[in-house]
Design a binder for this molecule. Structure first.
Ligand SMILES: NC(=O)c1ccc[n+]([C@@H]2O[C@H](COP(=O)([O-])OP(=O)(O)OC[C@H]3O[C@@H](n4cnc5c(N)ncnc54)[C@H](O)[C@@H]3O)[C@@H](O)[C@H]2O)c1
Length: 369
């Protein structure tokens, strides 16, 4: 593994218990092996991304030399969030006689986290769960809040539970091998947090460095992002209340755009386009001013997120995905939007209104914005 110590990354440990989540988080550089050593005194099963394993020699050496820890390389990415991967992991746990009191951990991105979390939540009605996120998106987003899911037929995240890891270890050294598009998927979630709660986050040197793939100061940006997400989860762990929904900003449009492009448009760029569309929709409905839209656009553009072309997008097909979205009920879509960066509200938008705006947006593109 490549070491970045010379960049003086700070290391921090904090607990999310005051947000109602019993999880301790450690962020730092070169901390993974020490945390794995601590785990090796327990019955532990680690699902590890095959790609991460191939890129990080210290990790593969440690796993193959440590006989007390069971591990399984997983071909990760969206395809691993399937019933067949679930069956494979449960079979291997059963054949090991893995106990209910053991710890299931994952080392990988959000897809592997969703699979491992679902296995941990359901194997023998629940085991211990640890997370070692290795993408920026999984570090600032998917590892926090306990949601996990498998895809079923063509429906993404069709089955899942909420099962929080008791410990999240974010070793920033993993980011050194992350491809640029994957980095930007995480950047777009950080931009979302900035718009939701903390616009100054994007002015921090750590963020400006992170966008350039320089990780000095990243620990602070990751920690601030996690605390923002945790704040929206607090009091709404099971996502049936009224705050977790704000985290969906940009995602109704963004997910549909990713889906119609058959994932040719990566998540980060889909959400970037979605944040612009959903702010513009609110603006057109008279819920926020043009200056809010302009600020949102510049926050996105200044963060290096290039916007996807919309020329070949079929709006009717996109609407199908939008309506499949769990947030649409009785023809009403609940859309979070910024009154201004740092202050959010919810709009109840009729399906026809959403569809009309979506069609116009696709025809005019990002227009004069
Ligand atoms: N549970 C939640 O709350 C939640 C929240 C947001 C997203 N998600 C889910 O997360 C998934 C997306 O997660 P993701 O963006 O981490 O994608 P991912 O898990 O597919 O990882 C992206 C790619 O990067 C590779 N990779 C991982 N770490 C690497 C590293 N350090 N260096 C080089 N390559 C590396 C992986 O092998 C994969 O090819 C989606 O399925 C989404 O639904 C879940």
């Amino acid at each position: 593994m490549q070491h970045l110590q010379e960049m003086h990354l700070s290391s921090s440990v904090f607990s999310l218990s005051r947000y109602g989540i019993n999880t301790s988080v450690r962020i730092g550089s070169g901390i993974m092996l020490e945390e794995l050593e601590a785990l090796s005194g327990h019955d532990t099963y680690i699902a590890v991304s095959g790609k991460v394993l191939s890129l990080h020699n210290e990790l593969s050496q440690w796993l193959s030399n440590n006989r007390r820890v069971h591990y399984s390389p997983v071909d990760d990415g969206e395809r691993c969030k399937s019933l067949s991967s679930y069956e494979g992991m449960v079979s291997s746990l059963l054949s090991l006689g893995f106990p209910r009191g053991g710890i299931i951990a994952y080392i990988g991105g959000g897809t592997l986290g969703d699979l491992a979390g679902f296995v941990s939540a359901t194997y023998k009605r629940g085991t211990g769960f640890f997370a070692f996120p290795t993408t920026l998106l999984s570090s600032v987003d998917s590892s926090i809040g306990g949601k996990n899911a498998l895809n079923f037929d063509s429906l993404k995240n069709a089955v899942g539970t909420i099962w929080n890891p008791s410990r999240i270890i974010i070793d920033l050294d993993f980011l050194a091998t992350l491809p640029r598009d994957e980095l930007l998927n995480g950047v777009s979630e950080i931009v979302k947090y900035a718009i939701l709660k903390d616009p100054e986050l994007l002015d921090e040197r750590g963020f400006l460095n992170l966008v350039k793939n320089d990780h000095s100061g990243s620990a602070e940006i990751v920690e601030r992002s996690i605390r923002i997400k945790a704040g929206f989860i607090s009091g709404d762990i099971d996502d049936r209340g009224s705050t977790r929904i704000f985290l969906n900003f940009g995602h109704t449009f963004g997910h549909a755009l990713e889906a119609v492009s058959q994932n040719a448009i990566p998540h980060g760029r889909g959400v970037a386009a979605g944040m612009i569309f959903e702010t513009k929709l609110a603006c057109d409905l008279g819920l926020c001013g043009e200056n809010t839209l302009h600020r949102v656009v510049s926050m996105i553009r200044d963060s290096g997120l290039d916007l996807p072309g919309l020329e070949n997008v079929d709006p009717t097909m996109m609407m199908r995905y939008v309506l499949n979205d769990k947030k649409s009920r009785d023809g009403i879509l609940v859309i979070p939007y910024p009154v201004r960066p740092g202050k959010m509200d919810l709009a109840e938008v009729r399906q026809e209104t959403f569809e009309k705006s979506l069609k116009e947006f696709i025809v005019s593109g990002y227009g004069p914005i």
